[in-house]
Ligand binder design. Structure first.
Ligand SMILES: NC(=O)c1ccc[n+]([C@@H]2O[C@H](COP(=O)([O-])OP(=O)(O)OC[C@H]3O[C@@H](n4cnc5c(N)ncnc54)[C@H](O)[C@@H]3O)[C@@H](O)[C@H]2O)c1
Length: 281
């Protein structure tokens, strides 16, 4: 199947990036969110991101206009589903919400449409289990920020077909990105390793280390391109917490999210999203 129309559900940090890279690659995109202010923010973010590419000489101004014209913004789910060959779901990291979403997607999308989830950590088989379309459901786990990060994890659920996998791989490659296969257990590869690091980082802060020292140590001594406090602020504290909770549920206590991580989420110290995490934005 040739993909032409992409529906993206959830216009937050990830959904807006997925819509952007899909439009730049020549797909027609409908980006949906239940909140109109999220859609306004997404439009603004995409314009700014493409504008930066133009000012750096990485994209022609006319191509920016063409890419923007390819994205429609809507709060109506049907709009994003009706013509979609592929839907990429990027709503909050909540199993019940994602399952509810996939049930709706199954009824609203054409039978041959592929349904992808950008979940960071929830097993794809579990999301797909509420539908009768397991063969067409697959994990397409983009990294943040989507326009800049080259790798995308591809996760096959228990029933995902070879054809669905091939189509998802083709989509990711057409975006100019590199797919990586990961096995369908909580956290896959990237979140399984990174969330543990981020959770441990919170412990270091509680023990009295300053975020800037932790970041400096990991950047200069371990060669990490971005220290873990900056990374947690970029990812969003709630994403790491939900990742740990999913892994704790499936693998046991050693993945328990640190109480301070939970407290920070409750206090809204999510990071860049809320303007405040370990640093101010
Ligand atoms: N932030 C990251 O670094 C990162 C990286 C990879 C994957 N992810 C995953 O991507 C997904 C989205 O994360 P994010 O950081 O973009 O979150 P976000 O909070 O920035 O965005 C989520 C968006 O989903 C929308 N939404 C919620 N319920 C909805 C519904 N019923 N219908 C339509 N829209 C709805 C919200 O309004 C919000 O705009 C999560 O599953 C997350 O785990 C996040």
């Amino acid at each position: 199947m040739e993909l032409k129309n992409i529906g993206v559900i959830g216009a937050g940090a990830m959904g807006s990036g997925i819509a952007q890279v899909s439009a730049v690659a020549g797909y027609d995109v409908v980006l949906q969110d239940i909140y109109s202010d999220a859609l306004d923010r997404a439009k603004d973010t995409i314009e700014k991101s493409l504008g930066k590419m133009v000012s750096k000489g990485k994209m022609a101004k006319t191509d920016m206009g063409i890419a923007l014209d390819r994205i429609k913004f809507t709060s109506v789910l049907e709009e994003a589903c009706k013509d979609a060959d592929l839907v990429v779901e990027a709503v909050f990291e909540d199993l019940e919400l994602k399952q509810k979403m996939f049930k709706e997607l199954e009824t609203l999308c054409k039978p041959e449409a592929i349904l992808g989830s950008n979940t960071s950590a929830l097993p794809i088989t579990e999301i797909a289990s509420v539908t009768n379309r397991g063969d067409k459901i697959i994990g397409i786990h983009f990294m943040n920020p989507v326009p800049l990060m080259k790798g995308v994890e591809i996760i096959r659920g228990q029933l995902t077909s070879d054809e669905t996998t091939e189509i998802a791989l083709g989509y990711v490659k057409r975006l100019g990105k590199e797919p990586v296969m990961a096995v369908d257990f909580a956290g896959f590869i990237v979140s399984r390793l990174l969330d543990v690091l981020l959770n441990e980082t919170v412990k270091l802060v509680q023990e009295g280390n300053r975020p800037e020292d932790i970041d400096k140590a990991m950047e200069l001594c371990a060669g990490h391109p971005m220290g873990p406090c900056k990374l947690l602020d970029l990812v969003g504290a709630e994403i790491a917490m939900h990742g740990m909770e999913t892994m704790e549920r499936d693998f046991g206590d050693r993945y328990k999210p640190h109480p301070l991580l939970k407290k920070r989420v409750l206090a809204g110290l999510l990071g860049r999203k809320t303007g405040r995490g370990f640093y101010e934005y």
